[in-house]
Write a protein that binds this ligand. Sequence first.
Ligand code: ADP
Ligand code: MG
Length: 227
Amino acid sequence: MLELNEIRAGYGPTLVLHGVTLPVARVVAVLGHNGAGKSTLLRVAIGLIKPRSGQVVFDGEDVTSLPPNKRVARGMAYVPQGQQSFPQLTTMENLQLVADGRKRGKSLIEQQLSRFPALEKFATRKAGLLSGGQRQQLAIARALITEPKMLILDEPTEGIQPTIVAEIEHTVMQLASEGLSVLLVEQHIGFALEAAEKYLVLASGFAASTGDGGASAAEGVREAMAI
Ligand SMILES: Nc1ncnc2c1ncn2[C@@H]1O[C@H](COP(=O)(O)OP(=O)(O)O)[C@@H](O)[C@H]1O
Ligand SMILES: [Mg+2]
């Protein structure tokens, strides 16, 4: 499991996170308005940003000074905001890029193609021509090929057709039920709280509220977000 303790971090001289501690649980949701610092917190978690102070601990090991690739090797996987993949490469080529050099690479790709039938159907289509939902599935599939213990997801349902949002939500719930740890940033409060054991509301880089997930938490979350 992941611990983020008293994280102070930002860009250049600008401090964005002012001493943020993440609640510890297998599935944690981070909520908050645009600009609150959610993506910044995830970048600190995976190691793209080094915090000015504070600690990142994964499975009991202090990984604060490890680069992202070493964190991935220890079982963390990160899906950034915006369904990123290589648009000029096909679905299959995008998966192969991650699978290459892995012992079980071929079977890992097959696993993901059976998890995401749309990716199997469009295996030879360029990623740039997939729908937003399919690109998000491809991004998650790429992360899963690294056989992570923990998945860090930044707004997986953002910019996706409402009819497909439920599919992405189902995937996230399914992965959590398979035992994967999940750190999820989401705008859909209902879904985030349904999925999460614990939540954190960020407001202007401060922890405005934390608590247990579940539908009954929604009112407290909305209050904290109104600040
Ligand atoms: N690469 C960057 N360089 C400088 N400032 C950034 C960068 N990314 C985000 N910020 C700033 O950090 C703050 C928090 O942004 P972000 O973590 O993306 O918030 P959220 O994900 O909650 O919308 C914002 O004020 C944003 O303008
Ligand atoms: Mg963001």
